[in-house]
Design a protein. Sequence first.
Length: 103
Amino acid sequence: MEQYFTYDPRLHLSIPDLPRPFYTFTQREQALILAVWENHRGEIPDKIKKLEKDIENCLARLNNEEDFEASCRLNDRISQLASMINDLWIWYRTNPVITAKTS
């Protein structure tokens, strides 16, 4: 079922990449896809914690930074990390359920 997932190098996570709507898969296929997704999804909280720690480190450095350009780079990095956290939360909340296949 890994063929239905694509690795996102920005998020360091395999995310669903289905060739057709989820409800069109059989219940068995849906269950297998969900089992794989739950494994990947389970990694998200630890990834978020790591990113939050990275933000804290950047903020500590920013607090002591006197060079304007370096401050801008740190702010940019903080923004990127925060965006990654936001995207990871969106994926974490993605929790499809098994549905009956409609024909």
